[in-house]
Ligand binder design. Structure first.
Ligand SMILES: C[S@@+](CC[C@H](N)C(=O)[O-])C[C@H]1O[C@@H](n2cnc3c(N)ncnc32)[C@H](O)[C@@H]1O
Length: 407
């Protein structure tokens, strides 16, 4: 048997002990959870209901981690993964699960987070599917490590829980044009191996049917009747197929209470501010990246939108500047994964808008912030997950809150 790593803690299982267990649930990292005599064991790539054989590689304080060896009794939801690297590559967690079951798990995951983290029992609406479930990603960024003796090793992504990059020649969730360009880009990097003193990251961004590899090139994405220019290396939602439904839902939720004004905090290059602008008299966006705020202004102009202005600043500063009456204002927030800062939440509560539409790619930090907003006088009205990332554990979740009336 292979020798355990120095830090291996031998209880309750020996290093590489083979165990059989029934999987009960999936964690929010998409990993199967089972129990042996009440002790929790995490096993990736298996599904609820399955009986599996697994090999323990780590015991933590109150759980163990094991690699999947064999599925002894398969779930009826189990399907054939499309990618030969599924199980090795860290990009996808759910290719072996039917698409409907993926949606069901994502819906359930949000409900459980609400219950466990904030003590809120709330009916989460079924996760909205992506219109395209393969070849939907418009951006990938394969990496490679420092070339050795002038030769580049694997070019791809980090495998699950391990440190060395695995070679990814094709990626079935990336757009067709990205897969068509990938062999050429990988070969071109290999030809230039001597130029790289360190590891590097390649960029492949597909818009308008072509692939851009220069992060500073201007690219254009179309959402409904609007077009958005931005730099290829910058943030833009990377599943364009679902964006009309996603922004349409945000629009419905923001205008539902009859608000006349909209604040879009963390607005990037203006996706929500500009797609929602026709529903409001005036819109104000705030974005910390000077460059992104500038693109938002230019996108307003190129789309003929005259009722939106953008501030390049940290999100909380918008409240000092805003002249909209709070009871006629909806605030849309779409922060990075880490969620909102305490300063922002404090200012938002003090401003007390009539509605908040909170969009997030990490429902855990969203639920954490929701608990603060609830204490600050807001009531949860609707929870709608969207599957921007089929076959992965990721999702976007839109929560609508209204201000509690005092009478
Ligand atoms: C998840 S992205 C959303 C962007 C935009 N809503 C979209 O969908 O394209 C989050 C954005 O928040 C910006 N950001 C991060 N921290 C910020 C802060 N403290 N204040 C304002 N914007 C911030 C980032 O630069 C990024 O553009």
């Amino acid at each position: 048997m292979q020798r355990p790593p120095k830090k291996f803690h031998p209880h309750p299982f020996a290093y590489h002990q083979e165990i059989e267990l029934r999987i009960d649930a999936l964690s929010n990292l998409g990993v199967g959870i089972g129990r042996i005599d009440g002790w929790v064991v995490f096993v990736p790539f298996c599904l609820p209901g399955e009986l599996v054989k697994a090999r323990v590689f780590r015991n933590d304080k109150n759980c163990s981690n094991a690699d999947l060896l064999e599925v002894l009794e398969a779930s009826p939801e189990r399907g054939e993964p499309k990618c030969p690297l599924f199980g090795t590559c860290g990009g996808c967690q759910y290719q072996h699960l039917s698409y409907q079951a993926q949606l069901d798990w994502k819906t359930r995951q949000v409900g459980e987070l609400l219950q466990h983290m904030a003590g809120i029992e709330f009916p989460v609406l079924p996760c909205i599917p992506s219109p395209k479930i393969w070849n939907y990603r418009s951006k990938i960024t394969p990496h490679f490590d420092r070339p050795k003796d002038g030769v580049i090793g694997p070019i791809g992504f980090l495998p699950n829980g391990r440190r060395s990059i695995i070679d990814v020649p094709q990626c079935p969730i990336a757009m067709e044009e990205i897969n068509a360009a990938l062999p050429r880009e990988r070969e071109s990097a290999r030809q230039r191996a001597k130029q790289f003193k360190k590891g590097a990251t390649l960029l492949l961004r597909a818009t308008e049917g072509r692939v851009e590899t220069n992060p500073n090139a201007v690219v254009t994405e179309h959402v409904g009747e609007l077009s958005f220019d931005f730099l290829a290396g910058e943030f833009f939602q990377n599943n364009p197929f679902i964006l009309p439904a996603f922004t349409g839902h945000a629009a419905e939720e923001a205008k539902a209470g009859g608000a006349r004004f909209l604040v879009d905090a963390y607005c990037g290059s203006g996706l929500f501010a500009l797609t929602l602008a026709k529903n409001f008299e005036q819109v104000a966006g705030v974005e910390v990246s000077e460059a992104a705020a500038d693109w938002a202004r230019r996108n307003a102009e190129s789309n003929g939108i005259t009722n939106a202005r953008f501030l390049a600043a940290s999100a909380e500063t918008i409240f000092a500047d805003i002249e909209f009456p709070a009871n006629e204002t909806a605030v849309l927030i779409d922060p990075p994964r880490k969620g909102c800062s305490p300063e922002f939440l404090e200012q938002l509560i003090a401003f007390a808008p009539s509605r908040v539409v909170y969009v997030s790619c990490d429902p855990a930090t969203q639920v954490r912030d929701l608990a603060i907003l609830k204490q600050g006088g807001f009531e949860l009205q609707k929870v709608q997950p969207f599957d921007l990332f089929p076959h992965t554990r990721h999702l976007e979740c839109v929560m609508t809150l209204t201000r509690r009336t005092t009478d």
